[in-house]
Design a protein around this ligand. Structure first.
Ligand code: DGL
Length: 265
């Protein structure tokens, strides 16, 4: 399918998490048109074998291509780590942007405290993350202060619209409690669902601990790629946002717009 500057940008995630990245894109490039596909029917991806995540990712990208997108953002750390190289190989004509845990800014600004990387099991065990962690940490000499923290179960809270309250707080406290007595320099949100519980994390670890996510870096990279290919849409003030989801649960679309901070569709 042919595309032009006015064609939408396709975003994809295992569910509603990638909306945290789309939100940043709308803020930085409001004039663009967007299509979002959440695969909530198959979420969470984080506990699945890598091969399965790759297959689901290819299906989702095909869906977006059918809609005529001019670029694809894999707004899911898990899918990026499982499939980004293969996607770029197969769809060489298309700008494809992935997201990965924002380790670089965390390591650059690390003092003597711990750096906690919250992400899914798949992301933390994949080669991509481990190579990045090793090379960055060796440069800065802080490998022993980096703590990969898998958080299975957290995605499900967000998928169910639970982003605050006692239950979520209790879950996060259980995860973070072993480190609360130590100095924490930063927390990296290495899963796009987690920015939706950022406030609760911040209350637990203290406001002085920086919490970093990769959405802004990813959107800046998207912008750069579009400019390079002369595909930026600079017409008009405000583009469209269309959300699709594989789930049969009708509430998921309403939840998606709510997470995006949009009341009317
Ligand atoms: N939002 C996804 C990520 O960034 C994944 C969650 C999942 O489905 O396990 O990793």
């Amino acid at each position: 399918m042919k595309f032009s500057k006015e064609s939408p940008i396709g975003f994809f995630d295992s569910g509603v998490g990638g909306l945290s990245v789309l939100k940043k894109a709308i803020e930085l490039m409001p004039e663009e048109n967007y299509i979002y596909f959440g695969d909530s029917k198959n979420a969470p991806y984080g506990g699945r074998p890598t091969e399965e995540v790759r297959e689901l990712t290819f299906k989702a990208v095909e869906f977006l291509l059918q809609k005529g997108v001019k670029a694809v953002v894999v707004a899911c750390n898990t899918a990026t780590s499982a499939a980004i190289n293969e996607l770029r190989e197969k769809y060489a004509h298309l700008p494809i942007i992935g997201i990965e845990p924002a380790l670089k800014p965390a390591v650059k600004s690390c003092d003597s405290g711990k750096i906690i990387i919250m992400a899914t099991n798949v992301t933390l065990k994949e080669k991509k993350f481990n190579a990045l962690m090793k090379s960055l940490a060796e440069q800065e000499g802080c490998l022993n202060r980096i703590i990969p923290l898998p958080c299975p179960g957290l995605v499900e809270y967000v998928e169910n619209g639970k982003t605050e309250g006692e239950e979520v707080r209790g879950f996060l406290n259980g995860k973070l409690a072993p480190y609360l007595g130590e100095r924490i320099s930063s927390i990296v949100l290495g899963c796009t669902h987690y920015p939706f519980v950022r406030e609760t994390i911040s209350e637990l670890v203290g406001k002085e601990v920086q919490i970093i996510d990769g959405s802004e870096g990813t959107v800046r990279e998207l912008k750069r790629k579009l400019e390079e290919k002369e595909l930026r849409n600079l017409e008009g003030n405000k583009g469209n946002v269309i959300i699709y989801n594989s789930s049969e649960n009708e509430e998921i679309i309403a939840l998606s717009y709510k997470l995006l901070g949009m009341t009317n569709r």
